[in-house]
Every structure is written in C-alpha cells, then in structure tokens.
Design a protein. Structure first.
Length: 236
C-alpha cells in the first residue's frame, strides 16, 4: 500500500484529502506544521508527499529541502500561492510538481500517479516510444519508423546539447523541471539566466520529434515554471 504524507494547516483540506485517499487504498499520514511533517516522515517514510507551502512554523520550501536530504519520494506542492517565483523556488528545492488551490481531486490524483510512475523510470525505460519514434537512451539514437512497423526506419540526428536536454526530460517522466534546473543540468553552472538557450533547443527538439510542434504532445511548457516530458500513456 502506498504511504502518503499530507502536510497542510487547513483542517478541511486535511480531512478531504484523508477521506479521498483512504477510499482509494492509500495509507495516509497527516501533519499540520513543518516540524511535525519532518518528524512524521522520519518515523514513517512516505512513498509520496503532498505539501502546502504556507505552514505556521516554517516555509514549505525548507521542508522540501529537509526531505530531499534523505528521500527521493515524489513531492507535490499544493498551495494557494500562484506567483511563479514561489513555484520556481519549490521546484528548484526539489518538488516534483505544483498544484494551485483551489484544486480538483481528480487532477491531484492524476499528478500523484504520474509522480509515482517516475520513481525508478530511469532504469525501466532505456527505450522510449513516442508515436512512430523510438528513442534509445543507451545508444543515443532516435529512429522514425514507418507507420505500424518496428523494423528499419530513418534516424533523426540530434546535436549533443539536444540529446542532453532530451535525456534529462525523458529520465524524469511526468516531473515538472524548472528552467533553472534544466539550465544547470544541461549547460552547467553560470547559465541560470540563459533562458533563450533553453527556448531555442526546446523548439528544435519539438521541430524534430513532435508531430505538430505548435501543439506538442510530449515536450510540454508549463508557463512561468518550466518544462515536463508527458509520456504517451498520459496524453489527453
């Protein structure tokens, strides 16, 4: 049974989430303060964390940093803060996703499922199928197949930087990656403000891989926050 830690100081939200998650066979722990959240997580390590940022004793971003010191469990921020700077700070601290209040339970559950699928995905997906494309992460090769076949096909050439960016996204399926994180992972320190580079290479990847680059299915922009790879089985 998946163990979920819900951290929020609003009793009605705690009650609603506890009821909705338990009826779906999740084991639920709750906390109303940052200190309680860290203590509960240490005593009962969660498989997933749902975290509000506006806690009475400490900012939720500090809780994320504390958890990330010892666990890779997905963290979904559930907050009334809609400002992009708060979202980016949470993502840079190690959150996997950000849902703004008010929220729909079904959307939150979908985000939880996506985050859970991400765990261990790097080892499980040396090859990723995107429509008529096969991306081989080990061989660093993208092949476009004739419709309905697996044989042969035409190789699509990617530059080293395009490969690096694509690999970071594909190895984090469903995870919302901030611009800062992608710039650091792909270009390295000192490129925090090189957002033009990121937009350019994302546009190039979409042009080469997406059926309709203007309406991407897999390489998704989250305005004001960053980008995510949406696996095909999550397509709307």
């Amino acid at each position: 049974m998946t163990r979920v830690l819900v951290v929020d100081d609003e009793p009605q939200i705690l009650r609603a989430l506890r009821i909705n998650l338990r009826v779906r066979q999740y084991e639920v722990d709750i906390a109303t303060t940052a200190a309680q959240a860290l203590a509960v997580a240490a005593a009962h390590p969660p498989d997933l964390v749902i975290l509000d940022l506006g806690l009475p004793d400490m900012d939720g971003v500090e809780v994320i940093a504390g958890l990330r010191g010892w666990t890779a469990a997905p963290i979904i921020v559930l907050s009334g803060r809609a400002d992009s700077s708060d979202k980016v700070a949470a993502l840079d601290a190690g959150a996997d996703d950000y849902v703004t209040k008010p929220f729909g339970v079904e959307e939150l559950l979908a985000r939880m499922r996506a985050a859970a699928r991400r765990v261990g995905a790097a080892d499980d997906l040396p090859r990723v199928r995107l429509g008529d494309l096969t991306v081989d992460l080990t061989a660093k090769r993208v092949t476009r197949h004739a419709q309905g076949t697996e044989d042969g096909g035409t190789d699509i050439r990617l530059t080293p930087t395009e490969w690096h960016l694509l690999e970071v996204l594909l190895r984090n399926p469903g995870k919302l990656l901030s611009q800062k994180q992608l710039l650091n992972d792909v270009w390295g320190p000192g490129y925090d403000n090189a957002t033009g580079n990121l937009r350019l290479y994302m546009a190039q990847l979409r042009h080469k891989l997406e059926p309709d680059p203007a309406r991407p299915r897999w390489l998704i922009t989250e305005p004001g926050m960053g980008y995510r790879f949406q696996p095909p089985d999550e397509d709307a």
